[in-house]
Every structure is written in structure tokens, then in C-alpha cells.
Unconditional design. Structure first.
Ligand code: WT7
Length: 676
């Protein structure tokens, strides 16, 4: 199969009334149809069948999803209702049915030949004399652990509906704790291990968590990440979090930790004392499964709430179809469980399918830059799912660390998190995929629960740079501000016109904000916040966020959060944060900072502020650049004009419309600071 050269770059058209920041300049002509052998063995290999399925799903999406829910999920009480939209935009799916997710992910496989099949193959980061530590848990072994930890949670007073905060490294206990919560109907809130004490405290308080599950430390990039210390700080600083009654600590690293008797308990001691055989609790389909915090445009992070039956239906089906999961696969999704990808495609989706999941604790450069490829080779990974930002890092490291290894076990590759530039896509295909593996570019969000736009790799032609078509049963569209469908090649807002089972049900504790954020912009449509255009073949090209949310290394970071962190420093009067394109991380954070009067600016102060943001929010949010300015450009109503700052940060000058700018002199001053 030969790839033709990409066409010339042309300016895309922008529809009147849509966000003028959405410019599409990419034309991509390379096409990669599914390899014959791949199609022949795929779950979906017949284009006609899939076409028929799409048409049926488009005519009756609710009926389509009911069929999926019946075939893919085991119900302890069958449902008779499909979608209940009477409380729109708060959807209810399969509401009179009952099920348990851990039963679906574990018990049902343990009743079959899969009982002794590996569910999790885990590798730790450190390399000892005998190589890295590897733990394999069969479905039966995982079930036993989950039953026991479910009993531990019960003994700590956790009831159905109570919240449990998980602040863990990438170790099997993370999956065990999630599934144990699901088993008794507790709601987990996983907080990424890279978040600071302050961020952990905010999230713990917002969720009202009764228990925090953590580890003494985890290994990351050759260093110890002391999680228990961070938990201790979160529970004391700024009034702490009085809701927390117990902290369960996994002994991962064996390092010294502070101990608060009565509050703290060792995981291994609890497990040793726990009874076996805890049965799964049958839960209504709309019982909450988890809260996951994600950044919004303003104010505090949003606790996105997902529930049981619809989420499992969606993640089970998309995991099987998009990744073409088979019983002989070893599926490696490199995401941390702290992100939604780790929920849906490390834990719930693959395990519900009875697949074997590879889980890796650490970073890609430890001890050397070939760690991932060493893992792929040693374990014979077959399906590999990662983020464009990781791929750009690998590209920057050169091909040598990859070519050292035999990657012939790989048969399918995936990406998620941000638009993948065609150059990285083509590199991924040839260097990692040996020109043999289809690539599924999967578009979705924390709020969507699972993948919405992606190729079905056995039937669809892949095109570098596009997630291609919405999955069957997903009514995606590109519209103008009034919600009118736009023709091909016109940039607009990406919306979903019909509810789908995996969609978020609400924002924890803030129903109004949910309605406003996702359904407040255009009546009756879920507005994703992304810009997109469709090409003549119907492929969706994602153009990035239309609001002020940054996407750094595949993680959404709200400008407001970074700005609040900056102004919390005593030397900062005002701050505005924008993203500029970055070859490695997608976007890099540039902060414009007005210092307090009399404060001397210096590179040292910039450094202090960068670290301050990292300690307030986490290393991910550390600005790449701080620019000091005596004033920030504002509209007459006092709104900071981030668009201008973006232009300054990106192009070094302002060319766009400045008619709403209050003080024109500000731009000149900002440019002047730029030059010193
Ligand atoms: C935002 C959602 C879904 C898990 C990872 C991020 C961007 C995600 C793609 C893709 C282009 C993508 C969007 C989206 N995004 N996948 N394949 N192509 N953009 O989850 O933190 O909720 O972020 O990530 O902008 O809205 P998230």
C-alpha cells in the first residue's frame, strides 16, 4: 500500500457567526484502507453489514442501544425502559434495570473458561536484579481481591452511595479499589497522583469522601512519588477535609510514612482480616458509579458524574468494536487511572469484555527511552493505545530506541486526547506499527464516558488527522451558533444531537452548571466545546477547544485554575493564561502576569511563580513561560481578552479585531515586554 503525498495547505472556510478562532488549514490526501488479513479476522469486517447497522442505529438510536445493553451487559433485573429524557438534559438509561459492574467485569468471566485467563498483567517501574516486578492477576484472582477489598470498605462504614477517593499510583490496587467500590455501590473519585495536596483536598471536600485509598508512594521517572505525605497535607492544610474518616494505605515502596492511629490503616492488614466471597450488590442502572473532576472554563473543577448501566453498555461495546478486542489480545492503554481513559479503557471496558489488560506503573524514559517498546516486546502486546503528546515525545527521541525492539506482535494502534497531526500519525503507523497496523484516532471526552468518534478498523479507511466517523448510535454534527448543520468543509461547533448511554448525568452537586455548560448554548444539543469540520466523505476533523480551556499533553487544564493559582501568590496582582502551540505537548501554557506594585520582576520571580503553580495544581499546569506586564488587555466590561494574548504568545503581534479593547496602549506595552 503506498501513501500519496499530503496536499497543499489551504485556508478553511469559517461559517458566519461561529468562533473565528477555528481555522482549518489542513488538507490530507493519504488513505489507509483496512489490511485484508485484519478485516478478515475483525469483529466487524464487512462494510455492507456496518453500513446497514449505521442506518438502523440512525433511525432508532434508543432501540440500537437497548440491543447493545441486552447483548453486552449482564443484568440481574432486565430493563424495560430505554431512554428517559423527561428530566432533560439529565438522561436516564435502562432505569428500571439492575446490575453490578464488578459482576460484569469479573464474576461473569469466572463462570466460564476465562476464570484462569489473565485479567491484569502489571509491570512496576523499577528494574531490579531479576528485571522489573511483574504481577499477573487472573480473573479469579482479581475477583478474590475485589471481594476482599469490598468487604474492607464495608467494615470501614462505606455504604452504597458513599464516596471513596482513590489517590493511587498505577498499581493493580487502583483497579481493585475501583471495582470494589462498584461491587458495593460506593462512588469512586479517582484523583490523579500528580495532583497537589490543595487539588486533592478540594476534590475530596467537593465529593464529601469518607475514605481515601492511597499508597505510601509510587515510582515515577526513577523517583518516589510520596502520595501518603500529600494525603496527610491535604487533610491538615486549610482546615483539611473533615468528611474523611479513614485512609487506607497500600504499601508499595516501603518508605517511611506518618501515621495517624484510628484514621490510617494498611491495605495489607485490612485485606488479611477481610472475609472472602462478598457478593455483588444489585444496583439500579442509574446508580452513580464514579465522579471524575475535570477543568471547566471558569471557577472550580467540575465533578463529572457517570452512572452504572449506560456507562457499562457504552464502554463495553466501544472497547470491543474500536479496539477489535479478542480473547488472544494483550491490550495496553498507557493512560493513568486518574483520567477517564484509565477508567473506561484500562479498567471497565476491557475487563467487561474479558480481555487481558497490561498496566504499567511508570514513565516511558526509565531506565531508558525504549521502556515502552521493551514492554511491548517482552509481553507481546497486541493493541496499543496512547496519546499524541506521547507520540511526539517518542518522535523527538528518534527511532533508534524503537527499532531496537521486535514490535511485530502489535496489530492495532490507537490515539486519544487531542488532534494528532498527520506527520505524527504517519510516523506512528510506519515506525511503531510497521506499516501493518490500522490506527484508530478516538475522539471523546470525560463527559462522554466513552469513545464517540473513531474508525471501526476492520471496515473503515483511516485518514491521518481525523477520528473519521461517529460510531453507530452517535448523532454527531457540526453546526453554527444557532444549531444549524453546516455543509462540508465549514468549521463550526461539534455537537451531539441525541443522548447516548455513556453520557455524563450531571456535575456533582451542581445540576444547573451541567445544564448550562453542555446544553445551555444551543437548545436540545450537547455542545462539546470543540470546533470541528466535516470533509466531503463525512470525516470529522477536530479543530481544538473553542473556549478557554487548554489542552496540555492531552489533559484539559482550565485557564481559570492556573490564573487563580498565580494570583494566590503575594507578588501577583493579576494574571491571564493562554495556550500557544507546542510541538511536544500540543499546547504550552503562557502566563501574562501583572506584579504587585513595587515588586521587582526577574527571571527568578518567574521561576518562583512557575513552581508555585505546580505546587498549587500539579506539575502538568506549570507554565512554560511567564511574561510580566504592567497591564492586561481588557474589554470595557473588564473581561480579559485572551484572544489577543494568544496572538501575542503565538505570533508575537496582534492582528485581529481590537475594537472592544479598552486601552490600546496595553498591547504596545505587552509587545515591548516581549522584546526585552
Ligand atoms: C478533549 C477532552 C477522552 C480522554 C482524553 C481527554 C480533546 C480528545 C481527541 C481526538 C482531537 C481530541 C478534545 C476533547 N480530544 N480526543 N482523538 N482528536 N481532540 O479527555 O480531558 O475530557 O478532554 O480532548 O478537545 O474535547 P478530556
Amino acid at each position: 500500500m503506498s501513501a500519496s503525498e499530503p496536499g497543499p495547505a489551504v485556508d478553511g472556510t469559517i461559517a458566519a457567526g461561529t468562533n473565528p478562532d477555528i481555522t482549518s488549514i489542513l488538507v490530507e490526501n493519504r488513505r489507509f484502507p483496512p489490511p485484508k488479513a485484519f478485516a478478515a479476522a475483525a469483529h466487524l469486517g464487512q462494510p455492507e453489514t456496518v453500513e446497514e447497522l449505521r442506518q438502523r442505529a440512525a433511525l432508532d438510536p434508543v432501540g440500537y442501544w437497548c440491543d447493545v445493553a441486552k447483548t453486552d451487559v449482564r443484568w440481574s433485573k432486565p430493563f424495560t425502559q430505554g431512554l428517559d429524557w423527561s428530566d432533560a438534559p439529565h438522561a436516564r438509561w435502562f432505569a428500571d434495570g439492575e446490575l453490578n459492574i464488578s459482576d460484569n467485569c469479573l464474576d461473569r468471566h469466572c463462570e466460564t473458561w476465562r476464570r484462569h485467563k489473565a485479567a491484569l498483567i502489571w509491570e512496576g517501574e523499577p528494574i531490579g536484579a531479576n528485571g522489573p516486578e511483574i504481577r499477573t492477576l487472573t480473573y479469579q484472582q482479581l475477583l478474590v481481591q475485589v471481594q476482599k477489598f469490598a468487604a474492607v470498605l464495608r467494615s470501614l462504614g462505606v455504604q452504597a452511595g458513599d464516596r471513596v477517593c482513590l489517590y493511587l499510583p498505577m498499581i493493580p490496587e487502583a483497579a481493585i479499589a475501583m471495582l470494589a467500590c462498584a461491587r458495593i455501590g460506593a462512588v469512586h473519585s479517582v484523583v490523579f497522583g500528580g495532583f497537589s495536596a490543595e487539588a486533592l483536598r478540594d476534590r475530596t471536600l467537593d465529593a464529601g469522601a469518607k475514605v481515601i485509598v492511597t499508597a505510601d508512594a509510587g515510582y515515577r521517572r526513577g523517583a518516589l512519588l510520596r502520595l501518603k505525605d500529600v494525603v496527610d497535607e491535604a487533610l491538615t492544610r486549610n482546615g483539611g477535609a473533615a468528611c474523611v474518616q479513614h485512609v487506607v494505605v497500600v504499601q508499595r515502596a516501603g518508605c517511611e510514612v506518618q501515621w495517624q492511629a484510628g484514621r490510617d490503616a494498611w491495605w495489607h492488614e485490612c485485606m488479611a482480616a477481610a472475609p472472602a466471597g462478598m457478593p455483588p450488590t444489585a444496583l439500579p442502572a442509574e446508580h452513580p458509579l464514579f465522579i471524575l473532576y475535570t477543568s471547566g472554563t471558569t471557577g472550580k473543577p467540575k465533578g463529572i458524574l457517570h452512572t452504572t448501566g449506560g456507562y457499562l453498555t457504552h464502554t463495553t461495546r466501544t472497547a470491543r468494536w474500536v479496539f477489535d478486542l479478542r480473547d488472544d489480545d494483550l491490550f495496553w492503554c498507557t493512560a493513568d487511572v486518574g483520567w477517564v481513559t484509565g477508567h473506561s479503557y484500562v479498567v471497565y471496558g476491557p475487563l467487561s469484555n474479558g480481555a487481558t489488560v497490561l498496566m504499567y506503573e511508570g514513565g516511558p524514559a526509565f531506565p531508558d527511552k525504549d521502556r515502552f517498546w521493551d514492554i511491548v516486546q517482552r509481553h507481546r502486546v497486541t493493541v496499543f493505545y496512547t496519546a499524541p503528546t506521547a507520540l511526539r515525545t517518542f518522535m523527538a527521541w528518534g527511532d533508534a530506541p524503537i527499532l531496537k525492539h521486535d514490535l511485530s506482535s502489535l496489530r492495532l494502534l490507537g490515539t486519544v486526547g487531542e488532534p494528532i497531526n498527520p506527520a505524527a500519525w504517519v510516523w506512528y503507523r510506519s515506525v511503531i506499527g510497521g506499516d501493518r497496523c490500522p490506527i484508530v484516532d478516538t475522539w471523546w471526552q470525560t463527559e462522554t464516558g466513552g469513545i464517540l468518534i473513531a474508525p471501526l478498523p476492520g471496515v473503515q479507511t483511516c485518514v491521518p488527522g481525523t477520528a473519521t466517523l461517529p460510531l453507530p448510535g452517535i448523532a454527531a454534527d457540526v453546526v453554527d451558533n444557532q444549531g444549524k448543520s453546516l455543509p462540508a468543509d465549514v468549521g463550526g461547533l461539534l455537537v451531539i444531537r441525541q443522548p447516548w448511554p455513556g453520557m455524563a448525568r450531571t456535575i456533582w452537586g451542581d445540576r444547573e452548571r451541567f445544564a448550562q455548560t453542555y446544553y445551555g448554548r444551543i437548545a436540545g444539543m450537547y455542545v462539546t466545546g470543540d470546533g470541528a469540520r466535516r470533509d466531503a466523505d463525512g470525516n470529522f476533523w477536530i479543530l481544538g477547544r473553542v473556549d478557554d480551556v487548554l489542552n496540555v499533553a492531552g489533559h484539559r487544564i482550565g485557564t481559570m485554575e492556573v490564573e487563580s493559582a498565580l494570583v494566590s501568590h503575594p507578588h501577583v496582582a493579576e494574571a491571564a493564561v493562554v495556550g500557544r502551540p507546542d510541538a511536544l505537548t500540543g499546547q504550552a501554557i503562557v502566563a501574562f502576569v501583572t506584579p504587585m506594585l513595587g515588586v521587582q520582576t526577574s527571571p527568578a520571580l518567574a521561576e518562583v511563580l512557575r513552581s508555585h503553580v505546580a505546587s498549587e495544581i500539579g506539575g502538568l499546569a506549570r507554565p512554560a513561560e511567564i511574561r510580566f506586564a504592567t497591564a492586561l488587555p481588557k474589554t470595557r466590561s473588564g473581561k480579559i481578552m485572551r484572544r489577543l494574548l494568544r496572538e501575542l504568545a503565538t505570533a508575537g503581534q496582534v492582528t485581529g479585531d481590537v475594537t472592544t479593547l479598552e486601552d490600546f496602549g496595553v498591547i504596545e506595552k505587552l509587545r515591548a515586554t516581549d522584546e526585552d
